[in-house]
Write a protein of this length. Structure first.
Length: 317
């Protein structure tokens, strides 16, 4: 057990990333049941919908899970904060905003706090504010991303050097090799999103899973640079339309509406890739099967352990 797994009371150093409005109980519970940390992302959902997912998750697992609250994105910030305490959610993940005012409240109620950051400056501030764990998210990651565009490979060792609390790496991790590489860089664990989409328990449209199975190394694209709203999505008719609108000078407000969680759901849940988008990280090209969550996590751990064993036995010539 390393410091990250001990703090979170989980068995393996793997966290599920928040998935916004396509978050659901079956996948969250499956991740937690496999010994990792399942996560419900609140996105822009209303309070009743998030509360329903929390209750369903608690009915499916007794193991720890987290609620991801994107501070500047949810229109129901205070209500989401109260839901964590009301339902005894043991871990909260804070992203997309300043977590400092919220951390003392969570600590008062025994909730462990993860802060998602994209820079050394953000990590240091989060630690000073009392965060228990840092997630450093690199440019390879799916969905809303930092305008800094720093890669995970470059970001993680700098964060590890800058803070004394555990760091988990996000962006570019989809198998045991990715897990081993981040641990080698000093991370205490990893956070994944895209790879968990292509699992049996994930209740997403088959078009989404098929897109991942068919993905190549260049099957994702960044949209939103021109309006300061960077997002990594899978190449598809709707994302091509978004890029065209950027070329035409789409206003930021209109672009924000076109990339709202409503269009995320259309792509991910309805499979209408000409009318909505699907997030995808740069590891999409690594996806070649659809295992159960348990099978995926167990294989990642075996493969990572095998890599370290080979490295220990390897003699540099």
């Amino acid at each position: 057990m390393n410091n990250l797994t001990g703090i979170l009371n989980i068995d393996v150093p793997i966290l599920q990333g928040g998935m916004g409005n396509i978050s659901n109980a079956p996948l969250t519970a499956a991740v937690s049941e496999a010994g990792a940390l399942g996560t419900i992302g609140v996105g822009t959902m209303d309070v009743d919908e998030v509360e329903s997912i929390i209750i369903e998750t608690k009915n499916l697992t007794t193991k720890p899970f987290a609620l991801n609250i994107p501070i500047a994105i949810t229109p129901h910030l205070q209500e989401m904060v109260r839901l964590v305490v009301k339902h005894g959610v043991p871990v909260v993940s804070l992203s997309a905003g300043n977590p400092t005012p919220l951390i003392p409240y969570f600590h008062e109620h025994g909730v462990k706090v993860i802060c998602v950051v994209a820079s050394k400056k953000q990590a240091v501030k989060a630690e000073q504010a009392g965060a228990d764990i840092i997630v450093g998210e690199g440019y390879e990651a799916a969905g809303i991303n930092s305008n800094l565009e720093t890669t995970t490979l470059a970001l993680i060792p700098q964060l590890v050097d800058a803070v004394s609390i555990p760091v988990a790496a996000a962006g570019g991790i989809g198998d045991g090799r990715g897990l081993a590489s981040m641990l080698a860089l000093g991370a205490s664990g990893v956070q994944m999103g895209t790879r968990l989409i292509a699992t049996k328990e994930a209740p997403f449209h088959e078009n989404y899973k098929t897109a991942l199975l068919n993905a190549k190394d260049d099957s994702t694209v960044i949209v939103g640079r021109s309006v300061g709203k960077v997002r990594r999505v899978m190449k598809a008719p709707y994302s091509a339309e978004l890029l065209q609108k950027e070329k035409e000078g789409v206003p930021a407000e209109e672009f924000g509406k076109l990339t709202s969680e409503d269009f995320h759901r259309i792509g991910a849940l309805e499979g209408k890739l000409d009318r909505g988008f699907i997030n995808g990280g740069q590891i999409s090209g690594l996806v070649s099967d659809i295992p159960t969550v348990k099978e995926l996590i167990e294989k990642m751990m075996r493969d990572a352990e095998g890599i370290f064993t080979r490295l220990v036995n390897h003699k540099v010539k």
